[in-house]
Design a protein around this ligand. Structure first.
Ligand SMILES: Nc1ncnc2c1ncn2[C@@H]1O[C@H](COP(=O)(O)OP(=O)(O)OP(=O)(O)O)[C@@H](O)[C@H]1O
Ligand SMILES: [Mg+2]
Length: 323
């Protein structure tokens, strides 16, 4: 089995396959994805643009657009399959149990409504609180994410980018969820603010005992934030392991390529080695390893057969024939 199941896992994704149905044909957006996340831990998902990170997050949230076909697989959250839930059941799980900081979220604050009121509305929609209680809750949340509660009545344009992002994080934490999915939460921010926000998220994860999925195309951010890491490529998880193990002993040629394009992680000043070639067109899914045409280590087996996600060291999963 490509998932190590445990009652300590808050989330287990088992062999998930999703397709977008488009006029051009089916887009193989998520292929054979298996992952797990232990309660209270942070899982980083890293991969280049278009590799399926947001699609996977939306699948967990039960917010996939109508043109998605779930071909097969399971998403177990606290041992229950989310894909078998009705819309109403998912509505009760969303925000209360699983919440998300959406990609580009700080730009979706309504410019003509006070920030605090937007969070109050979100709380009233999902929790059984009076308006006064919700306002108190917002003040607590502001303290939690290190925003000055005196700014609750400001409009979004009166906030800096970092403040808006903190407000959006407060909104995601409003109902004390068990799992928060943060999709590129700091990409639009400068490096200093980025680090403050990352720090904050990690402190909150610890103090609130919540689990976190942290999505980024930037592997150095993932390295700083997450205990486990899943490396995605063209809709598949290429490698999934404890962060220390993955960075010390990357087993997949794609992961090695990704790491060698980040000098800060390797700590030396050698020449950067970008991976030659382009990700494949996902309008068809090959009967070979999806990374094969760019892989410096490919052989005949890689060209002819799909690999299986295999455990090559304790808890270290690799989607490669040759690992
Ligand atoms: N609504 C949609 N309809 C059709 N195809 C889509 C749709 N949304 C995404 N896709 C395709 O699915 C694949 C995965 O996209 P997704 O947005 O999940 O990637 P991502 O890893 O989040 O990328 P980014 O880093 O740019 O945010 C891409 O090939 C994309 O073009
Ligand atoms: Mg995305």
């Amino acid at each position: 089995m490509n998932v190590i199941t445990s009652p300590n896992n808050i989330l287990e994704i088992k062999d998930l396959n999703l397709r977008y149905q488009t006029l051009a044909g089916e887009v193989y957006a998520i292929n054979h994805v298996s992952l797990w996340l232990e309660k209270g831990q942070a899982l980083g998902l890293v991969g280049e643009s278009g590799c399926g990170k947001t699609t996977l997050a939306m699948a967990i949230m039960g917010l996939l657009p109508k043109n998605v076909k779930i071909a097969s697989g399971r998403i177990l959250f606290q041992q229950e399959d989310l894909l078998g839930k009705t819309r109403e059941e998912m509505r009760k799980i969303r925000w209360r149990h699983i919440s998300m900081i959406f990609q580009g979220a700080m730009n979706v604050l309504n410019p003509v409504q006070r920030v605090g009121d937007q969070i109050v509305e979100a709380i009233l929609t999902h929790m059984n609180l009076s308006r006064d209680e919700a306002r108190d809750r917002v003040a607590d949340l502001y303290e939690m994410v290190d925003l000055d509660p005196k700014r609750i009545n400001d409009y979004p344009h009166q906030y800096s980018g970092g403040m808006k992002q903190r407000a959006v994080i407060a909104m995601a934490l409003a109902c004390s969820p068990d799992l928060v999915i943060a999709d590129e939460p700091t990409t639009a921010l400068d490096v200093m603010v980025q680090h403050q926000i990352l720090d904050e998220l990690n402190k909150l994860r610890n103090s609130l005992e919540m689990s976190l999925i942290y999505i980024s195309h930037d592997i150095s951010i993932i390295a700083e934030t997450c205990r486990r890491v899943g490396v995605m490529y063209a809709g598949s998880v290429m490698e999934h392991a404890d962060a220390l193990d993955l960075f010390a002993h990357p087993r997949h040629p794609y992961t090695r390529g990704l790491l060698s394009s980040y000098p800060s992680l390797l700590g030396d000043k050698k020449r950067l080695d970008p991976i030659p070639g382009e990700p494949p067109n996902l309008l068809e899914y090959p009967n070979s390893c999806i990374f094969c045409h760019r892989c410096p280590e490919r052989d005949d087996v890689c060209r002819r057969t799909l690999p299986e996600l295999r455990e090559v060291a304790p808890g270290h999963m690799v989607y490669c024939h040759r690992a």
